[in-house]
Each structure stands twice: as C-alpha cells, then as structure tokens.
Design a protein around this ligand. Structure first.
Ligand code: CTP
Length: 399
C-alpha cells in the first residue's frame, strides 16, 4: 500500500515511545521506507537496536549522524510525510516556537511535507493553557493531530492524554499517503466557511443563512487527501471535523483579516463563506428599545474579501462560490471574472436539495478555462470531491 513512500518518524521522550516500535513495523510491512529520528530524551524509552532492525535503516539521533548519512535538509525534503509519535509537551512547544536545537527539530523546520503529530502526556499537561495554545498554533500551520485519547495514563490517573492506538495512527498515515484517492499532499488549502455576523446592538445582528456544512465538508476531504488545511469559520453549530481546528471569526472584517494573513501562503483558496455584504453604520452600545414607531438602520458595505484579496503565490488556485436565486450562470460568470477566479461554484439556493442547512447540494462548476460541470443533487461531501478534483485538473493544466 505504501510502496515507494518515505515516512520520517520522529520519536520523542514519552513513556509511550515503546509503542512506536509497532508503528515502524506496520509501516514497513505496508511497504514504506521508514527513517527513524530519535530525540535524546526518547533514547531512554525505546530500544535503539530494535528500531534499527524493524526499520532496516540506521536510526538517527543527532545532526552529525545525519550529516554522515545525508544532509538533514535532504532528509527533510525527501520524506512524503513526517510523523512524530509520540510527541511530548516539550517538543510541541519547540515546534510551536520554531526552535531547532537537535536533529528532529531542525528537520521540522526544513520540511515542506505534511506533518502529523500524536501527543502523549498526562492530563494536567495536555489541558494546560500553554500546551493548548501551542497545539492550536500548530493546527493553524496545518499540522495534523491524532488524539490524544481518554484512558488510563502512566500516572495512574484516567483522562485525556493517552497515546492513540497504533493501528489508528498507521491507518491514518496509510490514508494520507494512499493512492486510492487523489493526492493533495504538499498543498496548503485555505477554506472559509459559514456566515458572518454584523452587530446592530449587543443582542441583535445581521447575518446570512449558512450552516457552514459545505466549507466543513471541503475541509474534511482536503485533509483526507493529505492537504494542510486552514479553516476560517464564521459562527456555526456543526462539529469541527476530527483533527481540524478552526480559526473562528464573527464579522466580515475579522474574516478579512484572517484571510489576508493566511492567503499568501496558501496554494489553494476556497471561499465558501457567506459573507455579509452590509453592516450597520452605527452599532448601538446599548440594546435598542421598542419605541412604538418604525425603525430603519443605515447600512454600509463590508469589504469584498475575495475581490480585494492580497496577491497569492504563483500557481495559486482561487475558487469562489456564487449563491444565486436567479440567472445562475450569468451571475456566476460575472463574479468569476470580476473576482479573478480560476473556478466558481454556482449554486441556485432555491433549488430542491440545494442551499442552506441541508446535507446535499446541486451545483455547476464553472472554470475560467474549460467546460462547465453539472453536479446533480448529491451530498456536500461528494460535491467537495468534485470540486477538489476540478482544482487538481486546473493545477495540472497550469503546469
Ligand atoms: N465574498 C467575499 N466577501 C464579501 C462577499 C462575498 O469574499 N463581502 C465571496 C464569497 O465567499 C463567495 C463569493 O465572494 O465566494 C461570491 O459571494 P456572493 O454572496 O454569491 O456574491 P456577492 O459578491 O456578495 O454578490 P451579491 O450578493 O450581489 O450576489
């Protein structure tokens, strides 16, 4: 299943480090070439020689060993995926800060491959705000996180912090590297989802009808295909797909700031959010009381996040959505041109089985160059597959 794939497995100093032996075994049996890199702290927890025998390769510990084998930059560039299992709170902090004082942390700074981490630590540590802030920082950078699970911990306590099941980790790695589905490995996908809310007063707001389901489905599939996903979400009530974290925003202004920050580093941008086009010109600091007379609210336009986006990197593919109630194709084509898009997903929100708060959609995919594709009523996950396949076609054509 993993023939020809190279996995760099980093092991850090946790009591559960011995479990990585099984991971090495399973990944090599699946055909992967596994290069193990140990931190100094991990050496005390895992038998070095056994790792070497299981992986069939020299296990590396420090920069000088790496340089004997090959430059550490080459090592980082060669791997299809970097897995750090287990990862300690200490190593998470180092990664979050971008520190490199040993071979593994230097490799992390040099790699552009997808990075997956599997935390293992005591519940108190895992729940500490500093650790959570660091984990969140890594998620925002597109690092995928497996676990931790709830269960019996080395300290004797029961709680969140347990190393995930080895089989689950290996299955996830196989899925990420598998050729069964198209691959987005190495791609950084920025997705916006859900509505935005514009305050009228402390208890009222203007918003758009959007559940966020389409954007979340896209994020889930893109992650499954190996992309680093940055999901910027307006307020929604749907659960965040496992292993993904969202950058939560409320207003169009906040969404714009987040998009402007992350868009330059993304290779694929998908704006599925239903952004408010208008906001009240004056926001009342107190609840507006009933006066017995009609009220009107003066509205001002918000920025068009997509149209006013900063420059992306060369080859960036940008996708917009067009939510329409009439003249679907004409309106969508206008937006495709005006917003300088590579693809627009045209969506008649009045059609049966399409639009808001339902699990299905029916859309037309209109590329800037190429044939329009009609997607009949299907699940938002199936629609996501169609959209991402079309993105890959556009990318391939641009090469
Ligand atoms: N969009 C945006 N910023 C806005 C409004 C829309 O980035 N202030 C993005 C949406 O995320 C979507 C695309 O632009 O990808 C089209 O959004 P849509 O609401 O269909 O169109 P509008 O440009 O708002 O035009 P109109 O409401 O007049 O149809």
């Amino acid at each position: 299943m993993l023939a020809g794939k190279k996995v760099l497995l980093g092991i850090t100093g946790s009591i559960s480090a011995y479990k990585s032996l099984q991971i090495v075994r399973d990944l090599t049996q699946a055909g992967a070439q596994v290069q193990v890199v140990l931190t100094k702290a991990a050496e005390r927890f895992v038998p070095f020689l056994t790792l070497q025998i299981f992986s069939g390769r020299p296990v590396l510990r420090d920069l000088s060993e790496a340089n004997q084998e090959m430059a550490h930059v080459t090592l980082a560039g060669e791997s299809d995926l970097v897995l750090i299992a287990p990862i300690t709170a200490h190593f998470i902090s180092k990664m979050a800060m971008g520190l490199n004082d040993d071979l593994l942390s230097s490799l992390i700074l040099s790699t552009s491959s997808p990075v997956v981490i599997v935390p293992a630590m005591d519940i108190g540590m895992w729940e500490h705000p500093a650790v959570q802030a660091n984990v969140d920082r890594l998620r925002r950078r597109g690092v995928q996180i497996i676990g931790p699970e709830t269960g019996l911990l080395a300290s004797g306590k029961v709680g969140l912090g347990r190393f995930s099941d080895e089989k689950k980790i290996v299955t996830q790695v196989i899925s990420l590297l598998s050729e069964d589905h198209p691959s987005l490995l190495g791609e950084v996908v920025l997705i916006t989802a859900g509505p935005t809310e514009e305050a009228i007063d402390p208890v009222r707001y203007i918003s758009n009808r959007s559940s966020g389901k389409m954007g979340y489905a896209l994020a889930e599939i893109a992650q499954k295909w190996g992309a680093r996903v940055i999901l910027i979400s307006g307020p929604t009530s749907i659960p965040v797909p496992e292993g993904l974290s969202t950058i939560s925003v409320n207003t169009a202004d906040e969404m714009k700031k987040a998009v402007d920050q992350y868009l330059p580093g993304a290779s694929i941008v998908i704006m599925a959010a239903a952004v408010s086009d208008y906001r009240p010109k004056i926001v009342s600091s107190k609840k507006i009381k009933k006066s017995g007379a009609n009220q009107s609210i003066e509205l001002e336009e918000t920025a068009d996040i997509l149209a006013e986006r900063p420059n992306g990197k060369p080859g960036q593919v940008v996708i917009g959505f067009a939510a329409e109630t009439e003249d679907l194709i004409q309106n969508a084509r206008k937006k495709l041109k005006k917003k300088r898009l590579d693809l627009i997903v045209a969506n008649d929100v009045t059609a049966e089985g399409a639009g808001f708060d339902v699990d299905t959609n029916r859309v037309q995919l209109i590329p800037a160059h190429g044939k329009t594709i009609s997607c009949p009523k299907m699940s938002k996950h199936r629609i996501s597959v169609c959209i991402l396949k079309e993105v890959l076609r556009i990318k391939a054509e641009a090469c």
